[in-house]
Design a protein around this ligand. Structure first.
Ligand code: SF4
Ligand code: MG
Length: 344
């Protein structure tokens, strides 16, 4: 069974006034049908831009794309269809617009990114439906109410006519998820969807995403800086640092046998279960370097406790396969698996 989405050496760069930024610098991983993949890293590591590049909403006309983002489309009757390279589609052309929202949808940390403040949530969800399906407004409204019920919005018949600002943060998040899922996408890109919420609402929204994923049989790319969210939702995890995937593993291996010093530092930063409230977090030491001023060699060498001078600050380690399904880009495990590179 071929993957739903396969990123091969994905690169996104921006020519800005301050200089050229390699926001995504060679990301390779696949998303299987029905899988949740976690994409983790501190902010500024290229996670959001990776998702936005897939949807072709990464921005500025000056952006340069490289590599491939192979996506298996769905036929009208819901069977696996042809594979398209999303990067080759005309920006804002017909094909990407027929995929965006209908086959790949995105949710954000801040629902007001998705909603206009001057229209009711109902009219916005109805519009999203009618953009892709030739149904009457009444039919679309019935579908919207059904979807709002599925995201457990109480009083959906009444709340559908609310404006975004009339809903609580948690309810707005549910409404955005309803809008994203109403066309039953094959892939949901979830960009920090629970970061702005309190702990209880966060747990509810994660449970909801898990449940809808199972119901709709979709795949999810869960973008987060929070390894707790990954532990609760993902089967496989890509750890990103400065635009690169530095480690890829299944969630068990990642938590129990992390290889990359950056992954190890991220894990050391989460509070242990049972630790007393108020226990100190240990954030990863130092700052993510400016993307305008990338270190030479391994991108992590300026913060890595195991950096080897004369090696790590000179060359870039490539992905090395530790065992099937577990790759790491770090000189501690070799310079890179040419076999893997040749196979890509
Ligand atoms: Fe650290 Fe060197 Fe590995 Fe980079 S390659 S993570 S600097 S040990
Ligand atoms: Mg982000």
């Amino acid at each position: 069974d071929s993957p739903l989405l396969e990123l091969r050496d994905l690169r996104t760069g921006f020519a800005l006034r301050e200089g050229y930024v390699k926001a995504v610098d060679g990301a390779s991983f696949s998303v299987a049908r029905g899988e949740t993949i976690g994409v983790v890293g501190e902010s500024g590591c290229g996670k959001s831009i990776t998702a936005r590049t897939i949807l072709r909403i990464a921005g500025t006309n000056d952006s340069e794309l490289g590599g491939e983002a192979l996506f298996r489309r769905r036929t009208r009757d819901g069977r696996p269809g042809e594979v398209v390279d999303l990067l080759k589609l005309a920006p804002n052309g017909r094909e990407i617009r027929s995929i965006r929202g209908a086959e790949i949808a995105m949710i954000f940390q801040e629902p007001m990114t998705a909603f206009s403040p001057v229209h009711t949530i109902g009219n916005q969800i109805i519009e999203a439906i009618q953009l892709h399906h030739p149904v009457s407004k009444d039919e679309a409204r019935a579908t919207a109410i059904d979807m709002l019920r599925r995201v457990e919005m109480s009083n959906a018949e009444r709340r559908i006519d609310a404006y975004p600002h009339q809903l609580s943060g948690g309810m707005r998040q549910r409404a955005m998820i309803a809008m994203a899922l109403v066309c039953r996408p094959q892939l949901l890109l979830a960009d920090e969807p629970t970061t702005a919420l309190d702990v209880t609402t966060q747990a509810q929204i994660l449970a909801l995403i898990r449940q809808l994923k199972a119901e709709l049989g979709m795949s999810v790319m869960m973008i987060t800086h929070d390894l707790g969210v990954v532990a609760e939702t993902a089967q496989n995890v890509a750890v990103m640092y400065l635009g690169k995937v530095v480690e890829y593993a299944d969630v068990r291996a990642l938590f129990h046998d992390p290889k990359h010093p950056y992954t190890q530092a991220l894990l050391a930063s989460i509070p242990k279960l049972g630790r007393e409230a108020g226990a100190r977090l240990h954030p990863v030491k130092g700052m993510v370097p400016s993307p305008f001023n990338r270190p030479r060699g391994c991108p992590f060498n300026t913060r890595c406790p195991k950096a080897m001078p004369g090696v790590c600050d000179v060359d870039m380690p490539g992905p090395t396969t530790i065992k099937p399904g577990h790759t790491v880009s770090c000189f501690l495990y070799g310079a890179g698996d040419t076999r893997t590179e040749a196979a890509q």
